[in-house]
Write a protein that binds this ligand. Structure first.
Ligand code: ZN
Length: 257
């Protein structure tokens, strides 16, 4: 089983040539590496964690170019169809469901969205970058209306004894049971000014064998920023020397043991 990252929260999990993708997003900062909509359309079925623009903006285009099914919450399903995704390919799912897809068994769990902290909001809004990226800022604000969050979903992807727990936004529901000791925990690393310490209680609760960071790149300035992952990695190394932190490079395959 392998995992690769395609920028923002876009991940691909594969085994023996069968691929599934999560939150594909290509309308990114033109300075960052990209994968094309055409390539994504050929990859495999798509799973969506929540409806925000950086998780779903390009999904209708990807779905329309190929035959991939798109699994998502009911509200996101409605929005995607409204935005041009072929209705017969969109499948509304709920927490508690179990989906078989090629060699994978995918369990749908309830998730929760991260709360942006005030410090980060101030840093974003009162920043010279806002002037330089004002047009992008207005575009993002316009896009938000068409991309409501909807229900947040977490996915547990299993193949034999290997388990990946995939979060598209960094928080957990108090009334959901998440597996402890997953082989990989996929952690979206964006949205707060205190991410390194904020993330630790989730690590303590879930105790994965390794952590695969994503969403740490500056994909949609001025709202996003390039997040420092090294401090967090060093903190985990000190507190949990048994846990490996992977800070992936774009498009590189990482083996999951
Ligand atoms: Zn979001």
């Amino acid at each position: 089983m392998e995992i690769s990252w395609y920028g923002t929260a876009a991940l691909c999990i594969s085994h023996a040539g069968h691929k599934i993708i999560f939150d594909p997003f290509v309308s990114r900062n033109p300075n960052s590496p990209r994968i094309s909509v055409q390539e994504l359309a050929q990859m495999g079925d798509i799973f969506i964690t929540h409806g925000h623009f950086d998780h779903t903006l390009d999904v209708p285009a990807v779905a329309a170019l190929g035959k991939s099914k798109v699994f998502c919450s009911a509200e996101t399903a409605r929005q995607l169809i409204k935005r041009g995704a072929p209705a017969q390919q969109v499948v509304a799912i709920n927490p508690g469901e179990i989906i078989s897809n090629g060699p994978f068994t995918i369990r749908v769990l309830k998730g929760q969205h991260i709360r942006f902290d005030l410090k980060l909001m101030f840093q974003t809004l009162f920043n010279r970058r806002l002037v330089g990226h004002f047009r992008e800022f207005v575009n993002i604000i316009r896009t938000l209306r068409n991309c409501p969050q909807g229900q947040v979903l977490v996915y547990e992807i299993s193949w034999e004894n290997t388990k990946v727990l995939h979060l598209g936004s960094l928080s957990l529901c108090a009334d959901e049971e998440y597996p402890r000791g997953a082989s990989v925990l996929c952690v979206p690393f964006q949205g707060r000014s205190d991410l390194s310490t904020y993330t630790l209680p989730f690590i303590e609760k879930l105790k994965p064998h390794s952590i695969f960071l994503h969403h740490f790149d500056d994909t949609f300035p001025p709202i996003s920023s390039q997040v420092d992952c090294a401090t967090f990695a060093a903190l985990v190394r000190r507190l949990y020397p048994e846990i490996t932190v992977i800070i992936p490079e774009f498009g590189v395959n990482y083996s999951i043991a």
